[in-house]
Design a protein around this ligand. Structure first.
Ligand code: COI
Length: 355
C-alpha cells in the first residue's frame, strides 16, 4: 500500500502499523530460523486443483505418520526474499520464477501445484502478515520458504492423495558464517549430489539430506561448503550444497549448464543476465575441475547465498587461491543484484514485485 495513509486489510486484521518492527538485534542477523507471526496454508486432493488458502498463526502442523512426504520424500521447497526499501515499501525479487520452478518440480514429483498467481499471492500475504519481521533497509531480508508436500497418508509406494502448500518466513542475514568474506570450497570426489535422470534439477527436499554427510565432513575440516562433481565422469563441476557456481577467466564467465543435475537457480539466471548486460561473455556448459583450478575467479550464487566470492578451492592434494575483493567480478555482480533487490538500483527488467 504505497503512499496510502489508510490501513490495509492486513493492518486491520493483524493490528500492525507501518513503522512497527519487532525489537531484535538487526545488526547481527544470521541465516537461522526466527519464528514469525503467520504462515499460509492451502490444501487439495490429487483429483482437484488448489483453490483457496488462508493465513494462520505460525506453529506446528499436524501430519499423519504415513504422510507421503514423511515416508517417501514427496516434497518440494522454494526460497525467495522480501526486502524493505528506505521508503518503507516491501519488495520481492522474481517470485514468479520460484512459482514456475515449483510447477516444474511438482510435475517431476507427481504432485499438483499452485498456479503462479496463487503462489505469488500466498508469498505476498505471508510477507504482509509478517511485515514487522522484515528487517530495516540494509540490515537483511525476510526469507520466505514455500513448501509443497504430499500430506495425505499412503502406505504402498504411490503419490499421496492429499497435498499441502505452506509458506512461512524468517528474517535472515548472511548465509555463511564467513559473512561476506571469501569462501573455502572443498571439491568432493566421493559423494555425489545428483545423477542423470534423477531429481538434481528440481528443488525437491530429497536432494538435500544426502549432501549433509559430505557437508559436515568438509565443515569439520574448516571448509565453508562442498562443490560436487558429476557422478558419471567425476570430472565436471556441478554445484555446491546450497548454491550454483560460476568461474571467471578474462572476460568470460562460465557456469555449468542445467542438464538435469543442476538446479536452475533464480539468482543464477539473474546473474547471467546482469553479466551479459555488463559486457561479459557468458557460457553455460560443462566445466572441468582442471578449468576450475585455472580460473581467475570463482563465485557462488543462490537466493540464500546471494553472490559469494570463493577465495580458495581444495581438490585432492591441490589448493588454489582466486581473486577476491573490490576488483572482483563477483563484487560487481553482488552490488548490482542486491541494488536491484533492495530498490537502490533501477529495475529495468520487471524483476521486482511490490507487496
Ligand atoms: C536458497 O538459496 O533459497 C536455498 O533454497 C538453499 C537452502 C539450502 C538454504
Amino acid at each position: 500500500r504505497v503512499g496510502s495513509s489508510s490501513p490495509s486489510k492486513f493492518d486491520i486484521l493483524y493490528n500492525l502499523s507501518d513503522d512497527e518492527n519487532v525489537d531484535m538485534d538487526w545488526d547481527n542477523l544470521k541465516f537461522g530460523l526466527t519464528p514469525t507471526d503467520y504462515m499460509y496454508t492451502m490444501k487439495c486432493t490429487n483429483e482437484e486443483k488448489f483453490q483457496k488458502g488462508q493465513l494462520s498463526r505460525y506453529g506446528n502442523i499436524e501430519l499423519s505418520p504415513s504422510a507421503g512426504v514423511l515416508n517417501y520424500g514427496q516434497g518440494l521447497f522454494e526460497g525467495t526474499k522480501a526486502y524493505r526499501k528506505e521508503d518503507g515499501r516491501l519488495l520481492l525479487f522474481r517470485p514468479d520464477q520460484n512459482a514456475i520452478r515449483m510447477k516444474i518440480g511438482a510435475d517431476r514429483m507427481c504432485m499438483p501445484s499452485p498456479s503462479v498467481d496463487q503462489f505469488i499471492d500466498a508469498v505476498k500475504q505471508t510477507v504482509l502478515a509478517n511485515k514487522r519481521w522484515v528487517p530495516p533497509a540494509g540490515k537483511g531480508s525476510l526469507y520466505v520458504r514455500p513448501l509443497l508436500i504430499g500430506s495425505g497418508p499412503i502406505l504402498g509406494l504411490a503419490p499421496a492423495l492429499e497435498y499441502t502448500f505452506l509458506v512461512y518466513a524468517s528474517p535472515v542475514g548472511n548465509y555463511y558464517k564467513e559473512g561476506l568474506a571469501p569462501l573455502r570450497l572443498y571439491v568432493e570426489d566421493e559423494f555425489n549430489r545428483a545423477s542423470p535422470g534423477g531429481t538434481g534439477g528440481v528443488k525437491t527436499i530429497s536432494n538435500y539430506a544426502p549432501v549433509l554427510k559430505a557437508l559436515n565432513r568438509a565443515k569439520n575440516r574448516g571448509f565453508s561448503d562442498v562443490l560436487y562433481l558429476d557422478s558419471v565422469n567425476k570430472r565436471y563441476i556441478e554445484e555446491a550444497s546450497s548454491c550454483n557456481v560460476f568461474i571467471v577467466k578474462g572476460n568470460l564467465i562460465s557456469t555449468p549448464a542445467t542438464n538435469g543435475t543442476i538446479l536452475d537457480g533464480v539468482t543464477r539466471r539473474s546473474i547471467i543476465e546482469i553479466a551479459r548486460d555488463n559486457g561479459y561473455e557468458v557460457e553455460e556448459r560443462g566445466i572441468s575441475v582442471e578449468e576450475l583450478i585455472d580460473a581467475d575467479e570463482v563465485f557462488c550464487t543462490g537466493t540464500a547465498v546471494v553472490v559469494a566470492p570463493v577465495g580458495s578451492v581444495a581438490y585432492q592434494d591441490k589448493r588454489v587461491n582466486f581473486r577476491t575483493g573490490s576488483e572482483a567480478v563477483s563484487q560487481k555482480m553482488y552490488k548490482t543484484l542486491v541494488g536491484i533487490q533492495t530498490g537502490v538500483v533501477k529495475d529495468n527488467k520487471d524483476w521486482i514485485f511490490f507487496c
